[in-house]
Ligand binder design. Sequence first.
Ligand SMILES: NC(=O)c1ccc[n+]([C@@H]2O[C@H](COP(=O)([O-])OP(=O)(O)OC[C@H]3O[C@@H](n4cnc5c(N)ncnc54)[C@H](O)[C@@H]3O)[C@@H](O)[C@H]2O)c1
Ligand SMILES: O=C(O)C(=O)C[C@@H](O)[C@H](O)[C@H](O)COP(=O)(O)O
Ligand SMILES: [Zn+2]
Length: 347
Amino acid sequence: MISFLDSDFTQLSLYISNLKPSLLLFLVDENTHEHCLPTILANLETKVQFEIIEIESGEELKNIQTATQLWEILAEFKTDRNALMLNIGGGVITDLGGFVASTYKRGIKFINLPTTLLGMCDASIGGKTGIDLGFLKNMVGTFAHAENIFVCTNFLKTLPFSELRSGFAEMLKHGLIADEKHWQDLISIKELSAESIAPFIKKSMEIKENVVEIDFKEQNIRKTLNFGHTFGHAFEGLFLEQKTLIPHGEAVAMGMICETYLSYLEEFISKEKSEEIIKQIKRFFPYHNISNFKDEEIIELMKNDKKNTSGQIKFSLLERLGKGNFDIKVSQENVVKTLHFYRNYTF
Ligand SMILES: NC(=O)c1ccc[n+]([C@@H]2O[C@H](COP(=O)([O-])OP(=O)(O)OC[C@H]3O[C@@H](n4cnc5c(N)ncnc54)[C@H](O)[C@@H]3O)[C@@H](O)[C@H]2O)c1
Ligand SMILES: O=C(O)C(=O)C[C@@H](O)[C@H](O)[C@H](O)COP(=O)(O)O
Ligand SMILES: [Zn+2]
């Protein structure tokens, strides 16, 4: 369930008082501790005991070491199964917090309070939790729905522009795979800002929610939400490895350019359509040079993608603008051609 919060956070207070948890665990990073937690604490009416757990921000910390530290902290607090964890942050916090909560004592309740655009439109919804394994994205995790998702778009006011743009990539993805009108609305935005994007957030949340409702465990249609991520996760992992991190959404934008081109090579969409889509993605996102990465190492990382079976890379591509497909097997030649296209594309 997703609820938009009133300015006084009444629904959150009511929700907690109905649930009667034994303990509240606020999971934050240093930025959400500074910018978001004070508003929540100032408005929340509860007598339940609480603890604040702060971790350092960043994808580098979305790993087993941090998860272990968090499990240990929960144990130190004598956290029982009636405790409630509140994940206050972007996708790193909701992925990690959801993973820790869904595994501690085989699962305690957690709710998500997304504070990034990406968190609101994507990561907080749908119950994919997880951590990275080295540079392999989200390799260990659970499917575990948050009990509730509380969205307060006011939090976007303090979000850096690059993070806002990162979330916008996943919104564009929603348009491309599920709703041409949503795509058209988004590309009609002249300048990205919290205000210009705000009218379209709800639509993106609905698209994600609807897909997940049909296919929670990603057996079929949910794979369309992974458009841009086969290449995208490989790029993100390689940038992580060389310690020149880029936001998840920027890696997805690069991946969407590649996978749109691949949709043309695989004859799902015309060359003109692929150029039209790529031109728009390129309008919003910076070009990241991948000349440091060899084709073989990119393909090697792609082989770990969770959509693959029997050693075969399987892509989620565009059937047409506004409709995604999935389980598409592609020749290595076309993957290499796509990387060549990205390297040589004039941005
Ligand atoms: N589970 C899913 O379905 C899903 C979907 C998409 C992405 N993801 C994952 O989400 C992660 C990316 O999430 P993200 O883009 O939200 O990044 P993030 O969680 O790293 O947040 C981005 C930055 O913004 C800061 N921040 C957060 N809220 C803020 C606010 N209101 N004001 C100021 N600063 C704020 C954070 O501290 C961080 O520095 C990746 O690990 C990705 O794999 C998961
Ligand atoms: O919810 C989904 O399903 C998605 O694929 C959404 C993606 O935007 C997100 O990045 C997700 O974490 C990727 O999942 P993964 O299974 O490829 O790790
Ligand atoms: Zn994503």
